[in-house]
Structure formats: C-alpha cells, structure tokens
Design a protein. Structure first.
Length: 421
C-alpha cells in the first residue's frame, strides 16, 4: 500500500513537471494587450493630462500670487560733490517682495477656467475615442487572423488532395484509362488551388503582422470568436444611446462650451480689473553712498482699457463666429452619428442574415462533397467532380469564417457608436 502511494505521488510530480500546452489567447486578452501597448492611446492619455494641467493653471489665476525680486552688485559712486558727497566704493542692493490678489477681473478668469475645462473634457473624450478605435481595430485584426488561418488550412488540404488527384490521373493516363485533357484539367485545378493557398498565406501574414503590431506580442493560438456582444434591442434605442453617450458628439458639445467661454473672455477684455497688493522693499547704496530705504505699501491696483480702436469688439465678433461654427459642427456631428448608427445597425442585421446563409451554405457544401466523393468512388462521376465539390466546400467555409468575423466587427462598431464598451 505504501509502495503504491509512493508510485502515485511520483507519477503526479512527473506529470506536473511536463510542459503544459499554452492556453489560447482570447479576444478580451488581445484587447487588453492592445490597450497596454498602444502608443496612440498613450499619446491621447498624455494630451488629456496636459489639458488637465492647463485647467489647473486657469484656476490658479483666481488665487493670490507672491513674488520676490532682488539685486546686488559692487562699484564706485561719485555724486560730483552734490550735497558735499565724495566718490566712494558702494555695494548697491535691493530686494522687493510683492503679493497680489485679484478682486475683479471682468469675467476673464472665469471664462478662462471654462475654456480650459472644455478643453480638458474634449481631451479626455479624445482618449476615450482612441481607446474605442483601438478596440475596434483589434477585434477586426483578431477576426481576420482566424479567418485567414481557416483559409490556409482549407487550401492546404485542397492542394494536397489535388496533388494526389494529379498523380492518380497521370497513372490512369499511362495505362490508357484517362485522356490528356483530364490530366491537364487536374493540373489546372491544382494550380488554381496553389494560387488560392498563396493568396490565403499572404492574407494571414498581413493579419498576423497587424495583430502583433496592435498587441505588441507574438500571435500564438487564438481562441474562437466569442458570442456576439450585446447591442441595443432596437434601432431607436441605439440612436438614443448614441446621442446620449457617443464620444464624437460629446467632443463637439465640449467644443461649443469652449467657444461660448471664448465669447465671454472676449467681452471681458474691455472691462476693468481690480486687485489688492502688498509690497515691501529694502534698498541700500542705490543713489548715494550709505543710502538706505525700507518701505511697505498696501493698496488697490486697477486697470481699464476703455478705448482700443475697435480691437475689443472685433475680438467679440471673432469669438461669436467661432461659437456659431462650433454649434454647426455639433449639429453636423449629431447627423453624422445618427447616420452612422443607422448604417451600423443595418450592417449588423445584414451580417447576421449573411451568417445564417453562410452556415446553411457551408452545411450544404459539405454534404455535397460527401455525396460527390461516394459517387466518385463508385465510378458514377469523374474525379474532377470531387475537386469541384472540394473547391465549393472551401469557398463556403471561407464565406462562413468571413461572415462570423463580420458579425463580430459590426456588433462592436455599433456598441462603440452607442458609447458602450
């Protein structure tokens, strides 16, 4: 009993020591890898951080500021006998501390804050848009790799079968059981299959390169596409969701907010500014030897440009024109997004119908191939009939793989248009 337990333990340890097959990468992992690797997403995040910093700068303008300025030097000062002073070596120095706090800026500060806030929101939405575009690109590349691999495998089998058919046809020709035209037809079919294989291999190479570039990792085994992601139940719900959450629309809306703040900022340029200040200074050896002066001043400081030859009103007109343009772009974006949702919804519906048809076609082609093979084996049909059936089955399989990829991509496109991730 003890010996059996020992052997069982050793067997378990040996099994654990054996290399385990790597798990196939799934679509969710590919999307996560792409988001981690993407330089475009990193750049968009940096732009959003910069916009947030600009907002912090704009808000800081409403608070107090303090600065200090000083100088020190050495030289010789000659008053020329003024007040009986003679030339002497001096060390002139001065230091000044200034603190200011804005009391009224005519709306400049609040308008600048609103402009920066709109810019920050637009930049954050730009990051969201970059992430959504990356997700859609990754889904498409992942689906394309699966489709291309299916095509390569199918055409590889076809080329092998065609090579065998050519060999058998040649043997039959040698014994007088086949004509030269049958041999030529078999070779033509094989060349056609080889051309299809080369095309599928090129497609696979491009798809692998694209997915690897997106994820930053070598592409290994891929899991099959997951079930189609959920989308709004009706076209009306999809349009409503897009109007409420679409990133492009939200960016256009942020542009309108920023332009409206620009109008307020332009109007504020002709208004007065008022603030309090406090200054303290210490001066030595500045005007004559041994000169000393210390001062402290507290007061109000104001500025008002009440005439600027029409520059202020021109700035207001410019800002109002920019606001009108932003509002027009928002309306255009709303129309574009609505149209895009309608097209995406129709595209998804068409892709799902095409997928159903492709499944039926694939099943029918496989059944036809099975029947044709039996007929060829029984001598009821020539071997070339099997080649034609094999080719039709491969075409049906390719249509099925492409239809599955189209459904997945169309569903993701609709989700992202509706602001669903």
């Amino acid at each position: 009993m003890k010996r059996a337990a020992t052997l069982l333990t050793a067997a378990c340890l040996a099994a654990l020591a054996l290399p385990q097959p790597a798990a196939a990468q799934d679509l969710a992992t590919a999307i996560a890898d792409a988001r981690t690797h993407s330089p475009a997403l990193e750049a968009a995040a940096a732009d959003a951080d910069a916009a947030a910093a600009r907002l912090a700068q704009a808000r800081a303008a409403a608070g107090p500021t303090a600065s200090v300025e000083g100088s020190v030097g050495t030289g010789r000062l000659d008053p020329g006998g003024y007040f009986g002073l003679t030339a002497q070596s001096v060390t002139p120095s001065a230091v000044q501390l200034v603190g200011e706090y804005p009391l009224y800026a005519g709306g400049r500060i609040s308008a600048a804050i609103d402009q920066a806030a709109a810019g920050s929101r637009a930049a954050t939405l730009g990051k969201d848009m970059a992430r959504q575009n990356l997700t859609l690109a990754t889904v498409g590349a992942y689906a394309e790799v699966l489709t291309a691999r299916d095509l390569v495998a199918s055409y590889g089998k076809l080329v092998d079968a065609l090579g065998e058919i050519v060999r058998h046809t040649g043997l039959r020709y040698d014994v007088g059981d086949a004509t030269s035209s049958e041999v030529a037809q078999a070779k033509a079919r094989r060349a056609e299959g080889q051309a299809g294989l080369v095309q599928a291999q090129g497609r696979l190479t491009a798809a692998l390169a694209r997915l690897e570039r997106l994820t930053g990792k070598p592409v290994g085994d891929l899991a099959p596409l997951p079930p189609r992601p959920e989308v709004p139940a009706t076209l009306g719900e999809a349009v409503e969701a897009a109007v409420a959450a679409n990133v492009l629309l939200a960016q256009a809306d942020a542009g309108v907010d920023g332009a409206a703040a620009g109008v307020r900022a332009a109007k504020a340029t002709n208004r007065p500014q008022l603030g309090v200040f406090a200054e303290g200074a210490r001066i030595r050896d500045q005007f004559f030897p041994d000169y000393r002066a210390d001062s402290v001043t507290v007061g109000l400081r104001g500025r008002w440009t009440f005439f600027d030859s029409g520059a202020g009103s021109a700035r207001v007109r410019e800002a109002q024109s920019k606001l009108s343009a932003s509002e027009a772009r928002l309306r255009q974006a709303r129309d574009d997004v609505t149209q895009a949702v309608i097209e995406a919804w129709s595209g998804l519906d068409s892709a799902e119908r095409a997928l159903d048809a492709a499944r039926d076609g694939d099943a029918a082609a496989r059944e036809a191939l099975r029947g044709t093979r039996l007929e060829v084996r029984s001598g009821a049909r020539p071997p070339l009939a099997e080649l034609d059936a094999e080719r039709e089955a491969i075409t049906a399989t390719a249509r099925l793989a492409e239809a599955q990829a189209s459904v997945q991509t169309a569903a993701w496109r609709l989700r992202l248009l509706c602001g669903i991730e």
